[in-house]
Every structure is written in C-alpha cells, then in structure tokens.
Design a protein around this ligand. Structure first.
Ligand code: NDP
Ligand code: MG
Length: 419
C-alpha cells in the first residue's frame, strides 16, 4: 500500500496497523517533517518516497528508495506504484490532487483527507461514476449478463450498490461507522461489491471540541493553546482547531452527503466520543456504532478488511463507559457556523468557499494574528457573499472559486472589527 501524509497523526497510526497486518508499504510521502520520514524509511524500506517541500531535500536519507518531489512528483510516484490501495492522510486542500489522481488511476482510495470531498465532491463523484460505468460494461461483456452481482444471494434481498463506497473507503470515524452500519459485503467479501441497506436518517456525533465548557464570553478570545486541548481525541492541529469551531462537523456533513448520497444527515454533541454515528432505519429503529475513540479501527478496515474483522482489537468498552454517553443539541450561540449547515447541504459545492476561507483564516490564527472569533466570523462572511455561486464541475472552476474565496477572506480579515 501507499501512505500519503505518513508523518501525521493518521499516517503514523496507519504504519502501526500495516506492520501489525504484515502489509508491505510501497511508498511514503509527507510535507516537510524529514526527521520523522527518515526514521520511517529505515523502518519500512519503501520502494518510493516523496516530499512536498523541496527545500528539505538535502536532509532526506532515502536509503534505497526512489525519491519524488513536490505535488507533481507525488502524483508521478502514484503512477509508478503497483499498490492498489492509496491511503490519503495529507491534511487540507493539499490532499485534493492526490485523491483525484488515485481515482484517475482506478485504485482504491482510503480516505482520511475529507477536504477532497468538501472541495470537489461533485468532480470526484463524476470521476468515480465514469470508472464505475466502464467497469460495469466490461463486466457485462465478460459475463454476458447485465450485472453479475444481481445473480448472487445478496441481490435477492434487494440491496443497492453504492459506487462511491466501492472506490472510496472512508476512515473518518463517523463515516467509517456509517459504512459499518450500512454496508453489506457480498458473499465472497469482494472489495468491489458493496451493497448498502436503506435508511431514513443518518446521524453523526461531535465531541464539541476544546472550548465546549468555556463560558460564552470567554470563547471569543480563546488562545491557540486553549483550542489545541481536545477533550477526547488526539489528532493533528488543523482538525483539532476545526473541532472547536465545528467546521470539522460541517465538513463531515458534506463528506457524508457525497459518500452516502443523502441530505438526511444530522449531528449531535456526544461528549464521551464513544458513539460515533447512528442510523435510523425505515422501521424507526436506531442502530449505533459505539467504540473507544481510536482511529486505528477505521484504518485497520481500510488496510485489510479481513484481518480487521478477524484479528484486530481495540480497548473493550465497559458498563461504566456506557454511563458516560451523553447527547446534546448543537447550540448556535456557542457554534455560530452551525447555522450554515442547511445552506451547505442544499448547496454542497459551497464546501469550496468554506474550505478556502477556513484554511486561510486558520493560518492567521496559528500565527496568533487573529482572535478565535475570526474563524467563525470570516467563514460566515465568505459563505454569505458566495452563497449563490453555481456548482463547479471542472477543476479549473473549482480553483477559480478557491481564489475568489481566498481574496474575500483576506479582505474580511483586514476589516475585522475588534470585540
Ligand atoms: P496531521 O497534521 O497530523 O498530518 C498531516 C500530514 O500531511 C503530515 O504527514 C504532513 O507532512 C502532510 N502534508 C502536509 N502538507 C502536505 C503536502 N503539501 N503534500 C504532502 N503531504 C503534506 O493531520 P492528521 O493526520 O490529523 O489529518 C490528516 C487528514 O485526516 C486530515 O484531512 C484530517 O481532517 C483527516 N482526519 C484526521 C483524523 C485524526 O484523528 N487525526 C480523524 C479523521 C480525519 P509534514 O508533517 O511532514 O509536513
Ligand atoms: Mg471525524
């Protein structure tokens, strides 16, 4: 397999699981943490390595690995790889081109980089559908039937196919949980044959982030240090900040929209982060996915479903854990951006505006140049201004909207009023 973003929180866990499963790592890529990458190269001896930032090339100790550099270099490395599984754990907008490349190469995308779907869900879906149609027509030619899967047992209980989930395996914990609640493998557990059950509503949970117990008047000026103290998960900086503003949950609503093809998606705060998602089936029964907050579980299923099902364990739950489960509605006063959830679901292409603005203002927040309240305020101003944009269906139009959103955020940051 290939691990992109190998030096990050997900990338490091992915290597741990791959080692446990005896899976060969063909290639590793990261941004600029060369010290850790050098250590990883020694440990897993990949055929290929890549770094995004060429300024650090001198520090790289590639051993026997072939080296690629820059965004284009990482795409070329993907072309050279034989692996059929690419785990994309690059953070932010930078991950998009690698997701697109993986789909273009007709390989399975194990997706942590939710931003790919937030920014370009429509384009990704278009590409996946093109590939699915091609596969379908080839299979029909081969087997001389309309759809070979319709001949097996599963089809007799009327399951639908979901082409997105056949090509993209989500390892975001909520989406992995939804997948595990909805997906049914065909009798041979073939990777390319996932069927899914019907449902009425999908629910995902949020921890509430680091400021969930701050008084409302203190939130506006919370420091970077405050925001990085996540109460339940140990993750990279960006997603930790996005958890405090609930941008992460807005991203995940869009991610669920593209993966599960529905607008019936809702979210609640669940303070213990034990319940990750639940579904309401057509008979009104709820089915929940409950486990300790440990990203190794979804990663394990992404890497090798068979071993994950039969040999992999995370810490078991106890009765005392169940007592900690606690649901709350999301309070718009504490999380003002949440008021935009319905607008985003009605216009999922607005994810490009939210992501571009959010990454820019977050960069300023990390440099301690803007206060915490700017994160919500600037994003809301950009969404208000761009709410009528049309859905872009080419990469060029997505990039044009990105530039527009960045220009607007820059303007709004300069005119930010003191509170
Ligand atoms: P981290 O910040 O810990 O790691 C990000 C990784 O991306 C690092 O390896 C970094 O390299 C690499 N990177 C950054 N820029 C580039 C670039 N231009 N080209 C190539 N690689 C680059 O993030 P996380 O592991 O927390 O998150 C990764 C993704 O997974 C995000 O999209 C996040 O939303 C998602 N996710 C994370 C979860 C978690 O538990 N952490 C849970 C669910 C989803 P370097 O450090 O060397 O610069
Ligand atoms: Mg998540």
């Amino acid at each position: 397999m290939v691990i992109l973003g190998s030096t990050g929180s997900i990338g490091v866990n992915a290597q741990k699981v791959a080692r446990q499963f005896n899976v060969t790592i063909e290639a590793l890529a990261c941004g600029s943490n060369i010290t850790l990458l050098n250590k990883q190269i020694k440990e897993c001896n990949p055929k290929f390595v890549a770094i995004a930032d060429e300024r650090y090339l001198d520090m790289l100790q590639p051993q026997d690995s072939v080296v690629f550099v820059g965004e284009e270099g990482i795409c070329k490395m993907l072309e050279a790889c034989e692996s059929t599984k690419i785990l994309n754990a690059v953070v932010g907008y930078a991950g998009l081109s690698f997701s697109l490349k993986t789909i273009q190469l007709k390989k399975q995308l194990i997706l942590a980089n939710k931003e790919s779907l937030v920014i370009a869900g429509h384009l990704i879906k278009q590409n996946v559908m093109q590939y699915a149609k091609l596969m379908e027509s080839n299979m029909c030619k081969d087997s001389n039937t309309t759809n070979p899967h319709l001949n097996n047992n599963v089809s007799t209980i009327k399951m639908q196919r979901n082409f997105m989930l056949e090509h993209i395996f989500p390892i975001d914990s909520e989406h992995f949980s939804l997948w595990s609640l909805l997906a049914i493998l065909d009798t041979k557990e073939r990777l390319d044959a996932i069927y899914y059950k019907g449902f009425k509503n999908l629910y995902i949970t949020a921890s509430g982030g680091a400021l969930r117990d701050f008084s409302l008047d203190k939130i506006s000026h919370a420091t970077l240090n405050d925001v990085l103290k996540h109460p339940t998960w140990n993750m990279g900086q960006k997603i930790t900040i996005d958890s405090a503003t609930l941008v992460n949950k807005l991203y995940e609503i869009l991610e669920a929209y593209w993966l599960f093809d529905t607008k019936n998606i809702h979210a609640f705060i669940e303070r213990s982060s034990l319940v990750h998602a639940f579904i309401e089936s057509s008979n009104n029964a709820l089915h929940a996915s409950i486990s300790h907050a440990d990203m190794c579980l979804p990663i394990a299923y992404g890497i090798d479903r068979f071993q994950a099902q039969h040999t992999f364990c995370i810490t078991p739950l106890s009765v005392n854990d169940f007592a900690k489960i606690n649901f709350q509605e999301i309070d718009i006063k504490r999380y003002p951006l949440w008021a935009y959830k319905d607008l985003l679901l009605e216009n999922p292409h607005l994810g490009i505006a939210l992501n571009s603005s959010n990454e820019l203002v977050q960069m300023y927040f990390l440099q301690e140049k803007v206060p915490f309240y700017a994160l919500a305020e600037i994003n809301m101003q950009v969404l208000d201004k761009m709410k009528d944009i049309k859905s872009p269906n080419t990469l060029e139009s997505i990039l044009a909207y990105r530039q527009e959103a960045i220009a607007l955020s820059n303007f709004f940051i300069k005119s930010l009023k003191q509170r």
